[in-house]
Design a binder for this molecule. Sequence first.
Ligand code: FAD
Length: 540
Amino acid sequence: GIGRPGVSTAALLLTAASGGGLVAYADSAAESAPEPSQDAPKKKVLVLGTGWAGTSFLKNLDCSRYEVKVISPRNYFAFTPLLPSVTCGTVEPRSIIEPIRRMFEKKSKDVTFCEAECFKIDAIVALGATVNTFNTPGVLEHCHFLKEVEDAQKIRMSVIDCFEKASLPNISEEEKRKALHFVVIGGGPTGVEFAAELHDFLVEDLVKLYPAIQELVKITIIQSGDHILNMFDKRIAAFAEQKFQRDGIEVATGFRVVRVSDDSISMKSKSVGGEVSVPYGMAVWSAGIGTRPVIMDFMQQIGQTNRRALATNEWLRVRECEGVYAIGDCATVSQRKIMDDISMVFKMADKDNSGTLTLKEINDVLEDICIRYPQVDLYMKSMHMLDIADLIKGAIGDSHKESMVADIEEFKKALSHVDSQVKSAPATAQVAAQQGYYLAECFNKMEKCKEHPEGPLRMTGESGRHFFRPFRYKHLGQFAPLGGEQAAAELPGDWVSMGHSTQWLWYSVYASKQVSWRTRMLVVSDWTRRFIFGRDSSRI
Ligand code: FAD
């Protein structure tokens, strides 16, 4: 076990993640202000995990206010979006990692790091996520995964292994074809990016180094859905499928892998039924993330069973668990419906149940809604407050003004758009980093907000206002590198961009997002080295 709640110090924040997840724990005092007195002992903050969520939290936390301990089985931060580039040697592993001790060198007085793994969360303490094999037989034994730096290094070795094996004398053509059949299971962003990297490695480097066997190589993506990249805009999925078809990458959609043995992969077609088996040389499983056992155990303790991730409220606190915070891939923020909230706030404002609110009351309600949903704020600013008040009353069923029906519909549409935006908080680095930043800010301004709460009205439990505004994810877009110096991007405002120029945008964004100048220089020099000399195919 790692920590205990209610230790003598007033607050304890524990964050821990796994394969893309992070949990934070604080005792109940964490929601109250730290003692202003200089003599009072500092509150303890224990952070589990040094991934996107944990480091974003630590970077933004005013560590001088707390006694911070960080626990993680790896003593570095890994820039996971560049992991697929490590699998083929486009980028070296050391270029995408930053030692934790170096990252927080300037805060070393207030932050201590311990390389260890949390194996049990004691009573109300926490941890994160791993790969999900959906209990498919043989996957754990025979497939590679792509979650950690070590995974990417193993894949790199294995790719070269397959080429060397197929180049040995006295090997039949059938065996060569088998060794050179690379199968990617899962057509999401990671699987697609890996297939694209592999294809580039093949056509840019390996064909020159292994000319005798180049014709025998095959890359297949198996995807259970109807399209690859189905979380992206349809245009991007179609562009990727066409590009892969031109490149000779086979995309088998509508197939579910049911078994993996040491030499073949069995899958079932969703439409036709029946099982087909394909021989393979190397398989990479990237069909989704699952819950780490330690988090599963914790969820059982607090009654959150049958879930993939820990449910938190909109302030990122684990539900049914006072004082435990969860951020990153191991958590999901329980969503509220904006229309429900609006109805509820109106009911609260209408204390005498007369159904008539004064202008001031309506304004208060609107302000409260803007705090809950910053996106609505923009919409409201573009209209007259009174019109909005009428529309809101109409939208919640109080108005009979027929002339306003169309406007009300429009308003509802705008609100349901907000609802859908709030809902879409996937398990990505972007979400994890924003959650880490948000939580650190809350911890930093705890004193101020306790006296002057900036959050909306509490709808349940005690009356008054929440100390903080709720967490709202802001989607900044996402990329899908497709190989051959081409990429696709979905940017805010439903803007879609594809092709060579998008690949340059990808280079600039990923260079700028590096966590230090050191890794930025290393990554850019790796890209340059690859342009000039190609990738290194030695097996060391
Ligand atoms: P992680 O970053 O996985 O960090 C988990 C941390 O918890 C690690 O430090 C780990 O060592 C630690 N830990 C684990 N178990 C324990 C334990 N028992 N005790 C203590 N510490 C523990 N997202 C994007 O937004 N854009 C992308 O382009 C993108 N590309 C990706 C490519 C790949 C190949 C992968 C695998 C992921 C990609 N993601 C991308 C997703 C992104 O990496 C995750 O969403 C993100 O890492 C989640 O952050 P996290 O802090 O929750 O978890």
